[in-house]
Ligand binder design. Structure first.
Ligand SMILES: [Zn+2]
Length: 65
């Protein structure tokens, strides 16, 4: 029995979207491709890609509204 049950697993890149970004459907089906999801409602397939941690555009202090 492995007692290593820390919350974040480094290998598990499972990012499940809460809803379809196109139609808002919440029942998404994972595709065979890694990080790919299929929305049966609007029949769209899309992927999620992790871009990194940090606030983008921190170099400039002026934040346009
Ligand atoms: Zn959809």
């Amino acid at each position: 029995m492995s007692a290593a049950s820390s919350g974040a697993s480094p290998r598990g890149e499972r990012m499940a979207p809460f809803y379809c970004p196109y139609c808002g459907e919440e029942h998404l089906e994972p595709r065979e491709e890694h990080g790919s999801w299929f929305c049966p409602d609007c029949v769209r397939s899309f992927t999620l890609k992790f871009l990194g941690v940090g606030v983008p555009g921190t170099a400039s202090k002026e934040i346009p509204r």
